[in-house]
Design a binder for this molecule. Structure first.
Ligand SMILES: [Ca+2]
Ligand SMILES: [Ca+2]
Ligand SMILES: [Ca+2]
Ligand SMILES: [Ca+2]
Length: 392
């Protein structure tokens, strides 16, 4: 995402920054769709009845965005170190992640940043990645240093996901010469656990691959997030060979390179990576590298959650809404996102792998206006639809 795009995201976000706490009755406005046998295409769900949850919304011809960057406290400047050689990555840098790192109900912003050329290092603070804490009053505070997220090397994109199910969203930062998995410690700080988790993006033969964008997905439905990152050029700057990588979280918090075993070894370099369950069997499928890859499934349980805003208080697509699912002593967290990686859009339906857990689970929904809704006793192995608004 470019700097301009990042600012546009900020503008949209600030426009919707409202604090309120509302607890809805359980099981409010829930529709269920039962699963189909693996390999079968399920019929589309019946159209939902039109409901109005507030005053009539009158069409308007003028929609105004205000650029509030100057008074927001955000001073991040993208630094790509343009060189006479015009390396590929100079033109492709610039991601942003909007997520709530401290669980205070206000979305915070993380910006990856570049490095020197040709050294590819963050030689001074102007190259640091930046984390801005949302203070809830329209301003942000730079907490990069206390959070420990300055970064390493020439960074590119970033993916957010709670890979260890502790309720705090973690970061995976992609880069040319370094990738970083940053564990959110829950106290405002992050720890670099890249080596311990086994996700450095280093091929035993070809070395570090240039990672541009990544996404977290539980493709085997075991309740633990897996990681897929892509790269665009097979042979890029400095003659380096690059390739997409799928990391599977084999055991709690330890990953292995599953690119070959999952059948993705011959995948061409690409920026495509969009996940969706095309055949409604509960297992995420993947569009990447000009291919549509249907997952053949596991015996694990799953749950999919479709959210819908009212178009007035919460946007119709419910983007920015977070859903938490309690599974024993773990909390699985998913968020409706407007896009993933570079130019990709996943299905907006949230997907949870439940492993061997086949009994009803409770959900907590945190809508973008900071209201909270509790939905109890949701049966697994189905898709449920939930609308923002009054209980029926
Ligand atoms: Ca926050
Ligand atoms: Ca976490
Ligand atoms: Ca998994
Ligand atoms: Ca599927």
């Amino acid at each position: 995402m470019t700097g301009l795009k990042a600012r546009a995201v900020l503008n949209v976000f600030l426009a919707g920054s409202i604090l309120a706490l509302v607890v809805f009755p359980e099981a409010a406005m829930v529709q269920e769709t039962k699963p189909v046998a693996p390999g079968r295409i399920a019929p589309p769900p019946a159209p939902a009845p039109v409901r109005r949850t507030g005053p009539e919304v009158r069409p308007t011809t003028t929609i105004v965005f205000e650029n509030v960057i100057e008074r927001s406290g955000i001073t991040y400047v993208l630094k790509n170190s343009v060189s006479p050689s015009r390396y590929y990555y100079e033109t492709m840098i610039g991601g942003a992640a909007v997520f709530d790192f401290n669980n205070d109900g206000f979305l915070d912003i993380f910006f990856p940043n570049g490095g020197t050329i040709p050294g590819l290092e963050k030689a001074d603070p102007s190259y640091y990645n930046r984390l801005y804490r949302n203070d809830g009053d329209g301003t942000f505070t730079d907490v990069t240093d206390q959070a420990g997220v300055r970064g390493l090397g020439y960074s590119m994109g970033v993916a957010t996901g709670d890979y260890d199910n502790d309720g705090f969203v973690d970061l995976y930062v992609c880069g040319v010469n370094h990738n970083q998995l940053l564990h959110n410690n829950g106290d405002g700080t992050f720890s670099d656990v890249t080596a311990k988790a086994g996700v450095p993006g280093i091929h035993p033969k070809f070395g570090k691959t240039w990672a541009i964008t990544a996404g977290w997905f539980d493709y085997d439905n075991d309740g633990r997030l897996d990681l897929f990152f892509t790269t665009v050029y097979g042979i890029a700057s400095f003659g380096k060979k690059n390739y997409p990588v799928l990391y599977r979280q084999e055991s709690p918090f330890v990953f292995s390179d599953a690119t070959a075993s999952a059948g993705l070894a011959q995948l061409s370099p690409t920026s495509q990576a969009a996940w969706a369950d095309f055949n409604n069997d509960g297992h995420l499928d993947l569009v990447t590298g000009g291919k549509v890859l249907v997952h053949r499934g596991t015996a694990n349980h799953w749950l999919k959650v479709r959210l819908e805003g009212d178009g007035r208080i919460v946007n119709r697509s419910a983007i920015g809404t977070q859903v938490r699912l309690r599974l024993g002593d773990q909390t699985l967290t998913r968020q409706v996102e407007a896009g993933t990686g570079e130019g990709n859009q996943n299905d907006l339906t949230l997907h949870f792998g439940l492993g061997s857990h086949g009994t009803p689970v409770p959900l907590e929904i945190f809508w973008p206006n900071a209201s909270r809704q509790v939905v109890g006793n949701v049966l697994p192995d189905r898709t449920i639809s939930i609308r923002f608004g009054k209980s029926p």
